[in-house]
Design a protein around this ligand. Structure first.
Ligand code: PNW
Length: 495
């Protein structure tokens, strides 16, 4: 049988590796002077809103990072995306609060251990773990002015302390999830909501939009600072990671559903990408639906955004859905842009094969459409900063069963092929791919049941066991790194 030749290519300098986030893996929450974050408190609420789980120990990565980085080497990773815990570095979070040298030393150890193995560190400054100190002081992200000054100073400390060795920065992870899950549905910390019976405080009609502006401007200040004071010396690159599904019309014959699909993506991505990538106002459809609930971006804000040009668009992608227009959304759901989201279309066709978590079905063909749409709209080089899945039934599997993760292998193959196709056939500039995640970890409000890792974590013994996909990702990616002339031959023979 002829060897399988992929239909599209990736360049030999394509960046790839695995991703994690501090609170999901580190544990050691009270060690070496770390301050509390809003996730520490949220995970200890009674009754539990995280299936009884918390990050007190998590994967104990704090004490086991050498072993974990040996796994990265074994898997052949070129790069590794990690996040910093703000409250390890500045325990109370604020711009006049003291720096915790032991926290800085921990991240220096991580960075040096990666570099010693020849692995490129990609650092996310904020992956959801806001210092509790500034939440208590002024409401955290609810205070647009205060929070951006504190985030800017935190970013500055990180550039000063780590920027000699770190050349890839991501300001924020998924501001959409931070705003909507944290302040509209209340499913994530700090759990504020006026539509969630478990929440005691919040206003879902206004708070998420205020928080969105605080995140946009915090990002902008951190990038503007890097571009002005650090870039020429440190020669690094900086961007942001945005999540967002691709949407197809539920009824392909209905023009309203076509508009609903586009509007849904504007509410998901344009909300952040218009100001951040284009230095423009929010999408028009948001302004017309939300009116004054959406805080204005002033001329001064837009000037700061202009000084905050990003080097890349970090894309977190997991799944896609169908969009159906609706005229009277429940107030708890108007953040979707007056759109119903469905996993089957009008004909009953599923958007993709179900995974081990209800919200995720495997949708590689729509991933290609998504990549191409984002590249054409925002015109930035794209790095996929998260992509992955749990296998069906994996939450109930033994380690022996879980390591045979055929669904995940197929998911990676199909999604990486979509990356290569969007590059080759549609001309998108896509430069890297990070699989989520290096190991099973605390899946936020889903606790430890949902397993996204390529490494199995035994939460009793903390033993790690590589799954098959961990060892195959390199082959999957390298199989696309055929020489251009080979590929031309393949294409020729198809004609
Ligand atoms: C991302 N959704 O969050 C986060 O960046 C990770 O920390 C997380 O572990 C990973 O995806 C897997 O969930 C998301 O419901 C959470 O569409 C939920 C959704 C999307 C992304």
């Amino acid at each position: 049988m002829a060897p399988h030749l992929p239909s599209a290519s990736l360049p030999s300098d394509f960046e790839w590796g695995f991703a994690t986030a501090s609170y999901q893996i580190e544990g050691a929450v009270a060690k070496d002077g770390r301050g509390k974050s809003i996730w520490d408190n949220f995970c200890h609420l009674e009754p539990s809103r995280t299936k009884g789980a918390n990050g007190d120990v998590a994967c104990d990565h704090y004490h086991r990072f050498e072993e974990d980085f040996d796994l990265l080497s074994k898997y052949g990773a070129k790069a590794y995306r990690l996040s910093l815990s703000w409250s390890r570095i500045i325990p109370l979070g604020g711009r006049s609060d003291p720096i915790n040298e032991q926290g800085v030393a921990f991240y220096n150890r991580l960075i040096d251990a990666l570099l010693a193995r020849g692995i490129v560190p990609w650092i996310t400054l904020y992956h959801w773990d806001l210092p509790q100190g500034i939440h208590d002081r002024y409401g955290g992200w609810l205070d647009v002015e205060e929070s951006q000054l504190d985030f800017e100073r935190y970013a500055k400390v990180c550039y000063e302390r780590f920027g000699d060795r770190v050349k890839h920065w991501i300001t924020l992870n998924e501001p959409w999830i931070v705003s909507i899950f944290g302040y509209s549905t209340g499913g994530n910390a700090p759990g504020r909501s006026s539509t969630n019976p478990q929440s005691t405080e919040g206003d879902s009609a206004t708070e998420p939009w205020i928080v969105g502006k605080a995140l946009i401007m915090s990002h902008a200040r951190a990038v503007a600072l890097y571009n002005k004071e650090f870039k020429s010396l440190q020669r690094g690159k900086i961007g942001i990671s945005l999540n967002g599904d691709y949407y197809e019309p539920w009824d392909s014959q209905d023009e309203h559903d076509h508009q609903a699909a586009e509007r849904r993506m504007e509410f998901h991505i344009g909300w952040f990408a218009n100001p951040i990538c284009l230095a423009e106002d929010y999408p028009e459809c948001m302004r017309s639906q939300l009116g004054d609930r959406l805080p204005k971006l002033t001329d001064a804000d837009l000037l700061t955004l202009r000084d905050a040009e990003v080097d890349f668009y970090g894309m977190n992608y997991y799944t896609s859905q169908f969009a159906r227009h609706c005229h009277t959304p429940a107030p708890s759901e108007d953040y979707k842009g007056n759109v119903d989201e469905l996993q089957e279309n009008k004909q009953g066709l599923s958007v993709g094969e179900p995974s081990g978590v209800h919200w995720l079905r495997s949708t590689p063909a729509l991933f290609r459409k998504h990549l191409t749409r984002i590249y054409r709209k925002y015109k930035k080089p794209i790095y996929i900063t998260e992509n992955g899945c749990p296998c069906p039934g994996e939450d109930r599997m033994t380690v022996e069963e879980a390591v045979n993760d055929i669904y995940r292998i197929r998911y990676f193959q199909d999604h990486i092929n979509a990356v290569a196709l969007s590059r080759d056939e549609d001309g998108s500039d896509i430069r890297g791919y990070f699989a989520w995640s290096l190991m099973d970890n605390l899946e936020w409000s889903d606790g430890y049941g949902v397993r996204f890792g390529v490494t199995f974590t035994d939460y009793d013994t903390l033993e790690r066991t590589p799954k098959k996909s961990a060892l195959l990702l390199r082959d999957i990616i390298e199989s696309h790194m055929v020489s251009q002339s080979d590929l031309a031959g393949v294409k020729e023979s198809r004609i």
